[in-house]
Design a protein around this ligand. Structure first.
Ligand SMILES: [Zn+2]
Length: 326
Protein backbone atom coordinates (compact mmCIF):
# COMPACT_ATOMS: atom_id res chain seq x y z
CA UNK A 1 0.00 0.00 0.00
CA UNK A 2 1.23 3.46 -0.83
CA UNK A 3 1.43 6.09 1.81
CA UNK A 4 -1.01 8.71 0.58
CA UNK A 5 -2.22 11.28 3.12
CA UNK A 6 -5.89 10.73 4.05
CA UNK A 7 -7.18 14.12 2.80
CA UNK A 8 -5.60 13.39 -0.60
CA UNK A 9 -7.18 9.92 -0.84
CA UNK A 10 -10.56 11.42 0.05
CA UNK A 11 -10.02 14.20 -2.49
CA UNK A 12 -9.27 11.72 -5.27
CA UNK A 13 -12.32 9.60 -4.44
CA UNK A 14 -14.61 12.64 -4.38
CA UNK A 15 -13.17 13.94 -7.65
CA UNK A 16 -14.33 10.74 -9.35
CA UNK A 17 -17.91 11.88 -8.69
CA UNK A 18 -18.83 8.34 -7.72
CA UNK A 19 -19.80 9.17 -4.14
CA UNK A 20 -20.76 12.20 -2.07
CA UNK A 21 -18.56 13.51 0.75
CA UNK A 22 -21.18 12.54 3.30
CA UNK A 23 -21.55 9.00 1.98
CA UNK A 24 -17.79 8.59 1.82
CA UNK A 25 -17.42 9.43 5.53
CA UNK A 26 -20.21 6.96 6.36
CA UNK A 27 -18.63 4.26 4.22
CA UNK A 28 -15.22 4.76 5.86
CA UNK A 29 -16.72 4.40 9.33
CA UNK A 30 -18.70 1.32 8.26
CA UNK A 31 -15.60 -0.26 6.76
CA UNK A 32 -13.59 0.28 9.94
CA UNK A 33 -16.50 -1.23 11.88
CA UNK A 34 -16.73 -4.22 9.54
CA UNK A 35 -13.10 -4.96 10.15
CA UNK A 36 -13.46 -4.55 13.92
CA UNK A 37 -11.27 -1.48 13.98
CA UNK A 38 -8.28 -3.38 12.64
CA UNK A 39 -7.59 -0.87 9.89
CA UNK A 40 -6.85 2.83 9.89
CA UNK A 41 -9.01 5.45 8.25
CA UNK A 42 -6.43 5.58 5.44
CA UNK A 43 -6.67 1.82 5.01
CA UNK A 44 -10.46 2.00 4.84
CA UNK A 45 -10.31 4.84 2.29
CA UNK A 46 -7.90 2.77 0.17
CA UNK A 47 -10.30 -0.19 0.14
CA UNK A 48 -13.25 2.03 -0.75
CA UNK A 49 -11.28 3.62 -3.61
CA UNK A 50 -10.56 0.13 -4.86
CA UNK A 51 -14.20 -0.93 -4.60
CA UNK A 52 -15.30 2.16 -6.51
CA UNK A 53 -12.64 1.66 -9.14
CA UNK A 54 -10.91 4.94 -8.37
CA UNK A 55 -7.26 4.79 -9.36
CA UNK A 56 -5.22 6.42 -6.60
CA UNK A 57 -1.83 6.15 -8.23
CA UNK A 58 -0.61 6.18 -11.78
CA UNK A 59 2.43 3.97 -12.19
CA UNK A 60 4.80 3.87 -15.10
CA UNK A 61 3.82 7.25 -16.55
CA UNK A 62 5.91 10.27 -15.83
CA UNK A 63 4.53 11.60 -12.57
CA UNK A 64 4.36 15.07 -11.10
CA UNK A 65 6.34 15.12 -7.86
CA UNK A 66 3.18 15.52 -5.79
CA UNK A 67 1.84 12.30 -7.37
CA UNK A 68 4.80 10.30 -6.07
CA UNK A 69 4.12 8.30 -2.92
CA UNK A 70 6.23 6.18 -0.62
CA UNK A 71 6.13 2.52 -1.57
CA UNK A 72 6.11 3.05 -5.33
CA UNK A 73 8.50 0.75 -7.14
CA UNK A 74 8.68 2.13 -10.68
CA UNK A 75 8.60 5.89 -10.73
CA UNK A 76 9.55 8.28 -13.49
CA UNK A 77 9.49 12.01 -13.01
CA UNK A 78 10.93 15.28 -14.22
CA UNK A 79 12.16 18.18 -12.11
CA UNK A 80 14.60 20.99 -11.65
CA UNK A 81 17.55 20.66 -9.28
CA UNK A 82 16.77 23.10 -6.46
CA UNK A 83 19.67 22.08 -4.28
CA UNK A 84 22.57 19.69 -4.65
CA UNK A 85 24.04 18.40 -1.40
CA UNK A 86 27.66 17.44 -0.80
CA UNK A 87 28.86 13.90 -1.47
CA UNK A 88 29.39 11.93 1.72
CA UNK A 89 31.69 8.94 2.00
CA UNK A 90 31.34 6.17 4.53
CA UNK A 91 33.06 2.91 5.36
CA UNK A 92 31.09 -0.22 4.64
CA UNK A 93 32.86 -3.39 5.74
CA UNK A 94 36.19 -3.04 3.89
CA UNK A 95 34.88 -0.83 1.10
CA UNK A 96 34.23 2.88 0.94
CA UNK A 97 30.71 3.81 -0.07
CA UNK A 98 29.37 7.17 -1.07
CA UNK A 99 26.02 8.82 -1.16
CA UNK A 100 24.79 12.09 -2.61
CA UNK A 101 21.35 13.58 -2.70
CA UNK A 102 19.61 16.51 -4.26
CA UNK A 103 16.33 18.29 -3.97
CA UNK A 104 14.28 18.05 -7.15
CA UNK A 105 11.27 20.30 -7.70
CA UNK A 106 8.45 20.92 -10.13
CA UNK A 107 5.40 23.18 -9.95
CA UNK A 108 3.69 20.77 -7.52
CA UNK A 109 6.30 19.98 -4.85
CA UNK A 110 9.90 19.10 -4.10
CA UNK A 111 11.42 15.73 -3.21
CA UNK A 112 14.82 14.45 -2.15
CA UNK A 113 16.48 12.13 -4.67
CA UNK A 114 19.25 9.87 -3.37
CA UNK A 115 22.17 8.41 -5.33
CA UNK A 116 24.51 5.69 -4.04
CA UNK A 117 28.07 4.67 -4.92
CA UNK A 118 28.67 4.54 -8.72
CA UNK A 119 25.49 6.51 -9.31
CA UNK A 120 27.09 9.43 -7.46
CA UNK A 121 29.52 9.85 -10.38
CA UNK A 122 26.54 10.59 -12.64
CA UNK A 123 25.97 13.72 -10.57
CA UNK A 124 29.39 15.27 -11.19
CA UNK A 125 27.95 16.96 -14.30
CA UNK A 126 24.74 18.06 -12.56
CA UNK A 127 24.32 21.63 -11.35
CA UNK A 128 21.59 23.44 -9.48
CA UNK A 129 19.05 24.67 -12.04
CA UNK A 130 19.52 21.65 -14.34
CA UNK A 131 16.49 19.63 -15.42
CA UNK A 132 16.63 15.95 -14.52
CA UNK A 133 14.50 13.12 -15.77
CA UNK A 134 14.45 10.13 -13.44
CA UNK A 135 13.24 6.82 -14.84
CA UNK A 136 12.34 3.62 -12.99
CA UNK A 137 13.28 4.81 -9.51
CA UNK A 138 11.65 3.59 -6.32
CA UNK A 139 10.30 5.57 -3.39
CA UNK A 140 11.13 5.04 0.26
CA UNK A 141 9.45 6.40 3.32
CA UNK A 142 11.80 8.38 5.49
CA UNK A 143 9.81 9.42 8.54
CA UNK A 144 7.13 11.64 7.10
CA UNK A 145 9.05 12.38 3.93
CA UNK A 146 9.33 10.50 0.68
CA UNK A 147 12.70 9.86 -0.93
CA UNK A 148 13.27 8.77 -4.52
CA UNK A 149 16.13 6.29 -4.99
CA UNK A 150 17.56 5.46 -8.41
CA UNK A 151 18.06 1.75 -7.65
CA UNK A 152 19.63 -0.78 -9.99
CA UNK A 153 17.10 -0.30 -12.78
CA UNK A 154 16.99 3.46 -12.50
CA UNK A 155 18.06 5.87 -15.24
CA UNK A 156 19.04 9.49 -15.08
CA UNK A 157 18.80 11.88 -18.03
CA UNK A 158 20.40 15.29 -17.54
CA UNK A 159 18.69 18.20 -19.31
CA UNK A 160 16.51 16.04 -21.58
CA UNK A 161 15.81 17.76 -24.88
CA UNK A 162 12.65 19.81 -25.12
CA UNK A 163 11.79 19.46 -21.43
CA UNK A 164 11.50 22.38 -19.08
CA UNK A 165 10.16 23.28 -15.67
CA UNK A 166 8.74 26.78 -15.51
CA UNK A 167 8.40 27.18 -11.78
CA UNK A 168 9.24 25.22 -8.67
CA UNK A 169 6.83 25.13 -5.81
CA UNK A 170 8.98 25.48 -2.72
CA UNK A 171 5.92 25.62 -0.51
CA UNK A 172 5.54 27.18 2.90
CA UNK A 173 7.64 24.38 4.33
CA UNK A 174 10.80 26.10 3.15
CA UNK A 175 10.17 29.55 4.52
CA UNK A 176 12.87 30.64 6.98
CA UNK A 177 11.42 31.33 10.42
CA UNK A 178 12.74 32.43 13.77
CA UNK A 179 12.30 29.78 16.44
CA UNK A 180 10.01 32.06 18.45
CA UNK A 181 7.73 32.35 15.38
CA UNK A 182 7.24 28.59 15.00
CA UNK A 183 3.64 27.50 15.34
CA UNK A 184 2.10 24.07 15.82
CA UNK A 185 1.47 22.16 12.59
CA UNK A 186 3.48 24.47 10.34
CA UNK A 187 6.41 23.72 8.10
CA UNK A 188 9.49 25.93 8.21
CA UNK A 189 13.20 26.23 7.75
CA UNK A 190 15.23 27.09 10.83
CA UNK A 191 18.87 28.00 11.29
CA UNK A 192 20.03 27.08 14.76
CA UNK A 193 23.03 26.26 16.91
CA UNK A 194 23.13 23.00 18.84
CA UNK A 195 23.13 23.78 22.56
CA UNK A 196 22.22 20.38 23.99
CA UNK A 197 22.22 16.80 22.67
CA UNK A 198 20.35 13.84 24.13
CA UNK A 199 21.16 10.14 23.82
CA UNK A 200 19.75 8.38 20.78
CA UNK A 201 17.00 5.82 21.37
CA UNK A 202 16.94 2.54 19.43
CA UNK A 203 14.19 0.03 18.74
CA UNK A 204 13.70 -3.01 16.47
CA UNK A 205 11.44 -2.54 13.43
CA UNK A 206 9.79 -4.71 10.81
CA UNK A 207 11.85 -4.54 7.59
CA UNK A 208 8.64 -4.51 5.53
CA UNK A 209 6.45 -1.91 7.23
CA UNK A 210 9.03 -0.14 9.44
CA UNK A 211 6.75 -0.45 12.48
CA UNK A 212 8.08 -1.37 15.89
CA UNK A 213 8.27 -5.13 16.47
CA UNK A 214 8.13 -7.10 19.72
CA UNK A 215 10.73 -9.57 20.85
CA UNK A 216 9.11 -12.99 21.15
CA UNK A 217 11.28 -15.87 22.27
CA UNK A 218 14.08 -16.18 19.71
CA UNK A 219 12.68 -13.84 17.10
CA UNK A 220 10.64 -10.70 16.46
CA UNK A 221 6.96 -10.42 15.76
CA UNK A 222 5.28 -7.78 13.59
CA UNK A 223 1.54 -7.39 14.18
CA UNK A 224 1.03 -7.24 10.42
CA UNK A 225 3.81 -9.42 8.97
CA UNK A 226 4.32 -12.10 11.61
CA UNK A 227 7.79 -13.32 12.45
CA UNK A 228 10.46 -11.10 10.87
CA UNK A 229 14.17 -10.45 10.99
CA UNK A 230 14.13 -7.11 12.76
CA UNK A 231 15.81 -4.02 11.38
CA UNK A 232 16.86 -1.13 13.58
CA UNK A 233 15.39 2.34 13.84
CA UNK A 234 16.42 5.24 16.02
CA UNK A 235 15.66 8.80 16.99
CA UNK A 236 17.85 11.60 18.31
CA UNK A 237 16.72 14.81 19.99
CA UNK A 238 18.74 17.97 20.34
CA UNK A 239 18.06 21.54 21.30
CA UNK A 240 18.55 24.25 18.69
CA UNK A 241 18.96 27.91 19.59
CA UNK A 242 18.77 30.81 17.12
CA UNK A 243 18.88 33.73 19.54
CA UNK A 244 15.10 34.22 19.41
CA UNK A 245 14.40 31.03 21.34
CA UNK A 246 15.12 27.33 21.57
CA UNK A 247 13.31 24.28 20.25
CA UNK A 248 13.77 20.54 20.48
CA UNK A 249 14.72 19.14 17.07
CA UNK A 250 13.67 15.53 16.50
CA UNK A 251 15.88 13.61 14.04
CA UNK A 252 14.79 10.22 12.72
CA UNK A 253 17.08 7.56 11.29
CA UNK A 254 17.97 8.99 7.87
CA UNK A 255 18.28 12.53 9.16
CA UNK A 256 20.57 11.28 11.94
CA UNK A 257 22.75 9.85 9.18
CA UNK A 258 22.78 13.22 7.43
CA UNK A 259 23.35 15.10 10.70
CA UNK A 260 26.25 12.96 11.89
CA UNK A 261 27.63 11.82 8.53
CA UNK A 262 27.26 8.24 9.73
CA UNK A 263 25.61 5.12 8.39
CA UNK A 264 23.63 2.43 10.16
CA UNK A 265 26.57 0.16 10.93
CA UNK A 266 28.29 3.04 12.73
CA UNK A 267 25.12 3.88 14.67
CA UNK A 268 24.69 0.28 15.88
CA UNK A 269 27.89 0.73 17.88
CA UNK A 270 26.19 3.40 20.02
CA UNK A 271 23.27 1.10 20.75
CA UNK A 272 25.59 -1.46 22.28
CA UNK A 273 27.95 1.10 23.76
CA UNK A 274 26.13 4.33 24.68
CA UNK A 275 29.15 5.90 26.37
CA UNK A 276 30.89 6.12 22.97
CA UNK A 277 28.24 8.61 21.93
CA UNK A 278 29.54 11.21 24.39
CA UNK A 279 32.23 12.43 22.01
CA UNK A 280 29.67 12.73 19.19
CA UNK A 281 27.61 14.96 21.47
CA UNK A 282 30.59 17.13 22.26
CA UNK A 283 31.36 17.51 18.55
CA UNK A 284 27.80 18.61 17.81
CA UNK A 285 27.67 21.29 20.50
CA UNK A 286 28.07 24.77 19.05
CA UNK A 287 27.61 23.56 15.46
CA UNK A 288 25.15 25.47 13.33
CA UNK A 289 22.64 23.60 11.15
CA UNK A 290 19.89 24.47 8.72
CA UNK A 291 16.88 22.25 9.23
CA UNK A 292 13.66 21.96 7.25
CA UNK A 293 10.68 20.27 8.81
CA UNK A 294 7.51 20.91 10.70
CA UNK A 295 6.54 21.95 14.17
CA UNK A 296 4.20 19.83 16.23
CA UNK A 297 3.07 19.77 19.82
CA UNK A 298 4.19 16.81 21.90
CA UNK A 299 1.09 16.36 24.04
CA UNK A 300 2.79 14.11 26.54
CA UNK A 301 5.38 16.71 27.47
CA UNK A 302 3.31 19.74 26.44
CA UNK A 303 6.04 21.29 24.35
CA UNK A 304 6.63 22.24 20.73
CA UNK A 305 9.05 20.04 18.81
CA UNK A 306 10.55 20.41 15.37
CA UNK A 307 10.33 17.25 13.29
CA UNK A 308 13.30 17.40 10.94
CA UNK A 309 12.90 16.26 7.32
CA UNK A 310 16.09 17.76 5.93
CA UNK A 311 19.28 18.82 7.67
CA UNK A 312 22.49 20.34 6.43
CA UNK A 313 25.43 22.23 7.86
CA UNK A 314 24.83 25.97 7.79
CA UNK A 315 26.57 27.60 4.85
CA UNK A 316 28.08 30.93 6.02
CA UNK A 317 28.23 32.44 2.51
CA UNK A 318 24.59 31.64 1.90
CA UNK A 319 23.65 33.19 5.26
CA UNK A 320 25.58 36.38 4.51
CA UNK A 321 23.82 36.68 1.14
CA UNK A 322 20.50 36.18 2.89
CA UNK A 323 21.26 38.99 5.35
CA UNK A 324 22.30 41.32 2.54
CA UNK A 325 19.04 40.66 0.69
CA UNK A 326 16.80 41.39 3.66
ZN1 LIG B 1 5.49 -5.40 9.40
Amino acid sequence: MFKIPLPEIKGMILKSGKISAEDLEKKIKAKINDLSGLISEEGAAHIIANELGVELVKQGDKLKIKEIYSGMKDVSTLGKVVKKFDVREFAKQDRVGKVCSLLLGDETETVRVVFWNDQVDLLSKVNEGDILEIKHGYVKENNNAKEVHLGDRGELIINPQGQKIDSVRQGPSHERKKIKELADGQGAEVLGTVVQVFDPRFWPVCPRCNKKVLEMGQGFQCTEHGEVTAGLSYVLNLILDDGSGTIRGVFWKNQIHHLLGKEEQEMVVFKDNPSLFESVKTDLLGEQFKVIGSTRRNEMFDRLEFNVNLVEKANPEEEIKRLEKS
